[in-house]
Design a protein around this ligand. Structure first.
Ligand SMILES: CC(C)(COP(=O)(O)OP(=O)(O)OC[C@H]1O[C@@H](n2cnc3c(N)ncnc32)[C@H](O)[C@@H]1OP(=O)(O)O)[C@@H](O)C(=O)NCCC(=O)NCCS
Length: 180
């Protein structure tokens, strides 16, 4: 199993097909909270949908076109951190994340993102990482700010959340600023 220990109570593991039921169970349990911000939640109706997501993520991992990892808190599945499609020509990528409602407030996402971003800059030779979030998603914007990302602008009606379009903040981090 691929596993990176980030801190004593947090590790990142590549999502495998055998995790589909566990991942789906958390989505099912926290559906109302997650669907406020994540447009794919309503389309995730059965464990088979989560299995399809994991298979697609594994294919992209093998092709080096995206990286997705599960967030585990004390050996319990807590959420996901992962990239969208890596844009090779411009060496940039957008990062996404979610965590179960009861796992919030422990810095798990911030630390998971920090490890993932270091991997993207150091091992994957990327130059720019973006975080996009609804301007109303204060907790997500706080993750970007806590990581030192710069707020670069607002995209109007750019993100779908809770069945309506929201303006989105674009936060950016460049490799040269990451370790500063
Ligand atoms: C957005 C989301 C991931 C933020 O989760 P979070 O738990 O607030 O983020 P972190 O895990 O980084 O935890 C930060 C919190 O833990 C606290 N914390 C405790 N220990 C910490 C540590 N070692 N390091 C950093 N923060 C720590 C911080 O003070 C902060 O608390 P606060 O919100 O009261 O200020 C979560 O709300 C979520 O999944 N929402 C639904 C899906 C979503 O919106 N995804 C993003 C779409 S753009």
């Amino acid at each position: 199993m691929f596993r990176a220990c980030i801190r004593p109570d947090l590790d990142l593991r590549i999502l495998e097909e055998r995790h589909a039921e566990t991942v789906f169970a958390l989505i099912q349990q926290d559906r109302a909270y997650l669907r406020q911000w994540l447009p794919w939640v309503d389309a995730t109706e059965t464990p088979a949908d989560t299995l399809a997501f994991i298979r697609s993520a594994l294919e992209k991992f093998a092709a080096s076109s995206a990286v997705t990892a599960g967030i585990w808190h004390r050996d319990e599945f807590a959420g996901v951190v992962g990239t969208h499609e890596i844009l090779r020509l411009t060496r940039r990528v957008e990062l996404g994340y979610w965590i179960g409602e009861s796992f919030q407030g422990r810095g798990l996402v911030t630390d998971a993102c920090r490890a993932m971003i270091t991997h993207l800059f150091e091992d994957r030779d990327l130059n720019r990482v973006e975080i996009h979030c609804s301007v109303s998603n204060l907790k997500s914007a706080a993750v970007a700010r806590r990581l030192g990302f710069e707020l670069e602008g607002t995209l109007r009606d750019s993100t779908l959340a809770g069945n309506r379009l929201h303006d989105a903040y674009v936060f950016g981090m460049l490799k040269k600023d990451w370790h500063a």
